[in-house]
Design a protein around this ligand. Structure first.
Ligand code: MYA
Ligand code: JJ1
Length: 388
């Protein structure tokens, strides 16, 4: 069934439910001298490149490949359209390795036809903090699909991760592979219902008219939580403490330090937005919410070419109710002209999704670990990790 994945150190379907197998690494690290020193072989017409994401030209090539060939919904109506600024941010966190930004070119034309990336991250699984690679942006040009290029790309990124003495990875996918540690549901909150209907993202509900729908999704013009404001650089230590303390409760979560919080959560225009609540009395930072900007191209619509989507990222409430905090996030997203606010049912998100008028989408997201076994599939609410 899975000719490639059956050969890899990942949880296998045949072992699901076998609780005699221990939790933790599936295979031990090998001495670095035993890691293959040369790249894997590609079909003869192609060559490996390391993509210098500092270079504007390279960033543009990657952007163009993903814009035309990356993830689509099941009816091919929308395609993720990560911006260049977003890619620059997503691929250069603290301690990133240039060698983990891997492209495949046609030797003759030099055209970029495939891509895969890793970035380093410390991820806690139960009580153990594991240094991992987060693998993302695996993409093969539409004309080169089903030629078994993806397994070669995955083996090559694995080799380059091993060369840094890192032996584990985390990744998400819309497809089922051996074997998910958890499966999450996408939820969507309409901000611009008229446009969402016009482009086929949503449909008029039963016994609903357009004007009733618009009224249903109306939001106030300003946020309601006293002390709610944009995160600033001087907030990094307080936000790190708040977030670290919050993420303790989940089975799988990132182990963020101040450098990580500075990189991943300080607001970056059109990339990531973060807000917090500073107590008007004590000036303590008590609550936090964030979302990232990931538009989708609208395929074949006469009137619109992009869907502006915000994706819920990390949220923490200790004082303001999470429901109110997320309603404020919806208000700022609406003011920033997003069409839709998306969220997974991870962490405590189920406590606000229905009440804030999110509806379940037709997409699921499966979470995976490479070379790390868990005894049981996790509930989405046990996940404290959001990948981009
Ligand atoms: S998820 C986003 C993936 N990208 C897209 O969906 C974009 C549009 N699609 C494409 O570009 C292609 O369809 C891709 C497959 C490139 C996805 N993850 O070359 P093939 C297996 C893992 O003939 P193609 C993201 O970026 C498939 O089951 N494996 O197929 C995270 C089959 O294996 P098996 C996948 O369609 C990526 C084999 O590939 C995926 O031309 C995490 C077929 O290869 C997928 N999304 O190309 C990667 N899709 O026969 C793993 C298909 O066994 C990282 N396949 O079933 C693992 C950790 C590595 C680091 C370890 C460090 C220690
Ligand atoms: O966006 C998604 N689905 C939308 C559009 C569906 C279009 C037809 N297929 C959707 N819309 C309904 C919204 C509605 C709003 C009012 C309330 C009720 C709901 O369901 C889906 C997620 O649901 N997105 C995708 O399918 C994109 C791919 C998801 C897998 C991602 C893989 C990630 C890669 C890892 O890095």
């Amino acid at each position: 069934r899975h000719k490639f994945w059956e050969t890899q150190p990942v949880g296998q379907f045949k072992d699901l439910g076998d609780t005699s197998l221990p939790e933790g690494s599936i295979e031990p690290p090998t001495p670095l001298s035993e890691v293959k020193q040369e790249p894997y072989n590609l079909p003869n017409l192609y060559e490996w490149i390391t993509c210098d994401m500092e270079s504007a030209e390279m960033c543009t090539e990657v952007y163009n490949l993903l814009t035309n060939h990356y993830v689509e919904d099941d009816e091919n109506m929308f395609r993720f359209n990560y911006s260049k600024e977003f890619l620059h941010w997503a691929l250069r966190p603290p301690g990133y390795y240039r060698s983990w930004h891997i492209g495949v070119r046609v030797k003759n034309s030099k055209k970029l036809v495939a891509f895969i990336t890793g970035v380093p991250a410390k991820i806690r699984v139960r009580d153990t903090v594991v240094t991992m690679a987060e693998i993302n942006f695996l993409c093969v040009h539409k004309k080169l699909r089903s030629k078994r290029l993806a397994p070669v790309m995955i083996k090559e990124v694995t080799r380059r991760v091993h060369l840094e003495n890192i032996w584990h990875a985390a990744y998400t996918a819309g497809v089922v592979l051996p074997t998910p540690i958890s499966t999450c549901q996408y939820w969507h909150r309409s901000l611009n219902p008229k446009k969402l209907m016009d482009v086929g993202f949503s449909r008029l509900g039963a016994r609903m008219t357009m004007s009733r729908t618009i009224k249903l999704y109306k939001l106030p013009d300003s946020t309601v939580t006293p002390g709610f404001r944009k995160m600033e650089p001087h907030d990094v230590p307080a936000v790190t403490r708040l977030l670290r303390n919050y993420l303790k409760q989940f089975v799988v979560a990132p182990d963020f330090d101040e450098n990580d919080v500075e990189h991943w959560l300080l607001p970056k225009e059109n990339v990531v937005d973060s807000y917090l609540v500073e107590s008007p009395e004590t000036h303590e930072i008590t609550d936090f919410c964030s979302f990232y900007t990931l538009p989708s191209s609208i395929l074949g619509n006469q009137n619109y070419s992009t869907l502006k989507a915000a994706y819920s990222y990390y949220n923490v409430s200790t004082k303001a109710p999470l429901l109110q905090l997320m309603n404020d996030a919806l208000i700022v997203a609406k003011l920033k002209d997003f069409d839709v606010f998306n969220a997974l049912d991870v962490m405590q998100n189920e406590t606000f999704l229905k009440e804030l008028k999110f509806g379940p989408g037709d997409g699921k997201l499966h979470y995976y670990l490479y070379n790390y076994r868990l005894k049981h599939v996790l509930r989405a609410s046990e996940l404290g990790l959001v990948l981009l």
